[in-house]
Design a protein around this ligand. Structure first.
Ligand code: ADP
Length: 269
């Protein structure tokens, strides 16, 4: 309770899709190769502000590479990434580092393997992110915001624990709070629950679902199909480096023999 009193509200971006605004993210003919292997074959995609998109598909189809490319963890070979109507990365040009830096601050990423600093507490992990990349560098403000974010993911009581003292689900929730500390406009999730024991999946999905309800723009690579159906505005299926289907959950739920592609997705799910 002492900690709760110290937590101050950290503004979480709430965005609603407004007509006339550019998409949060637009991918134009993205191409990514590893050697001779073309992993992304001219991917086009638009993500509206506040939209939640799940990316599904068989292993090796390019899902992880796609979101790592959006976040510049992989270098694009060709094509373009446009953020809120402004060019961010262009495959054929040398990156403009100023644009890239400001763009990268707007995109948060949550990994499969939480990637917390092991020698820092949950609170410190979040504070560090806020101090180095977030909107304020003032330590006390960062601490209070970090407490607020820990409370938000239900972990205030664990503020002073180290990662090894937390379960996988708790560590992933800390990792999500850490991403929120950067005040991103878009969050990319790369199979956020696939490293977790089954009994911990639900608590992490609940946190993601809350973000979706608040209007955060989310792109989620996931194998949790019931979750994808319930949380997403759109579900995108990738296969062999292309987007095979881009559809709504209700279209998948109503799929029948007359829509074999969707039926296949439903069965895949
Ligand atoms: P998915 O997330 O759908 O399982 P990935 O994006 O991880 O697929 O991988 C797509 C393809 O790209 C796979 O064939 C994989 O082997 C290859 N790949 C991914 N990362 C690398 C890399 N760093 N170097 C070489 N090949 C890679």
């Amino acid at each position: 309770d002492a900690l709760r009193q110290q937590a101050v509200a950290m503004p979480i971006r709430k965005t609603t899709s407004l007509t006339g605004l550019p998409p949060a993210l637009q991918l134009k003919k993205l191409v990514k190769r590893f050697g001779d292997h073309v992993v992304l074959k001219q991917i086009d995609m638009k993500v509206a502000i506040g939209e939640v998109i799940s990316i599904i598909g068989p292993s090796g189809s390019g899902k992880t590479t796609l979101i790592r490319t959006i976040n510049m963890l992989e270098k694009l070979n060709d094509g373009e990434v446009v953020l809120f109507g402004e060019d961010f990365i262009q495959g054929h040009e040398k990156p403009n580092m100023k644009k890239v830096r400001s763009g990268m601050q707007r995109i948060g990423m949550v990994f499969q393997s939480f990637n917390l600093f092991p020698h820092k507490t949950a609170l410190e992990n979040i504070m560090m992110a806020a101090r180095y990349h977030g909107t304020t560098k003032e330590k006390e403000v960062c601490r209070k915001q970090a407490l607020f974010l820990l409370n938000r993911v239900g972990l205030l009581a664990h503020a002073n624990k180290y990662p090894h003292q937390l379960s996988g689900g708790q560590q992933q929730r800390v990792a999500i709070a850490r991403t929120l500390a950067l005040s991103p406009d878009i969050i990319l999730f790369d199979e956020p629950t696939s490293a977790l024991d089954p009994e911990m999946v639900g608590e992490v999905l609940k946190v993601i679902q809350d973000l979706a309800k608040e209007g955060m723009t989310l792109i989620i690579v996931t194998h949790e199909m019931d979750f994808a159906l319930s949380v997403s505005d759109r579900i995108v299926m990738m296969e062999h480096g292309v987007i095979q289907v881009d559809t709504s959950p209700s279209d998948i739920e109503h799929a029948d023999e007359s829509t074999p592609e969707l039926l296949r997705m439903k069965r895949f799910m």
